[in-house]
Write a protein that binds this ligand. Structure first.
Ligand code: SF4
Ligand code: SF4
Length: 124
C-alpha cells in the first residue's frame, strides 16, 4: 500500500535540523513547469541557494492548504528529494510517535486556519 496517498504530508513540514535540498535540475524542472526562468524560481520560491521557502508553521510553500491528502501542488515536478523520501525504508513519520507528536498539531492547525478563513470570508 502507498501510504503517501492517504497522508496529509507530514514530511512536508520542516523539522528542526532537517532541510529539503534543491539542486539545479529541480530548479529547472520548476522553471519549465511555471514557464519562468531558473532565476525567477530562485527569487520567488527559494529561501536561500539550497532550499525552498516555508510558511510560518514550517510547511512547504507548495502544500495545498485546502485538502487533507495529496497536498503537494507540484507533485509531477516535485524535487528529487521529495520523490525519493523515505527511500527504501518505512516512512519514519508513520513509525515514530515523537515525529508524529511534533508534526500532527501543525498539520491540524494549518487545516483549521484554512477552514476558519474560508468560513469567515463566506459569512462576510
Ligand atoms: S513519506 Fe511518509 S510522511 Fe511523507 S507523504 Fe508519505 S507517508 Fe506521509
Ligand atoms: S515540494 Fe511537494 S512533496 Fe516536496 S516538500 Fe513541498 S509540498 Fe512536500
Amino acid at each position: 500500500m502507498n501510504y503517501c496517498n492517504y497522508c496529509p504530508g507530514y514530511c512536508c513540514y520542516r523539522l528542526d535540523g532537517s532541510v529539503l535540498l534543491i539542486d539545479a535540475d529541480d530548479i529547472n524542472r520548476l522553471a519549465r513547469h511555471f514557464s519562468i526562468s531558473d532565476g525567477e524560481v530562485r527569487k520567488r520560491f527559494m529561501e536561500n541557494r539550497y532550499t525552498l521557502k516555508v510558511e510560518d508553521d514550517g510547511s512547504c510553500i507548495f502544500q495545498a492548504r485546502n485538502r487533507m491528502i495529496k497536498r503537494c501542488t507540484i507533485h509531477a515536478v516535485r524535487p528529487m528529494q521529495c520523490r525519493r523520501f523515505p527511500y527504501s525504508d518505512a516512512c519514519p513519520y508513520l513509525e515514530r510517535e515523537d515525529l508524529l507528536a511534533t508534526i500532527q498539531p501543525r498539520v491540524e492547525k494549518s487545516l483549521q486556519n484554512h477552514w476558519l478563513k474560508k468560513s469567515q470570508s463566506e459569512s462576510a
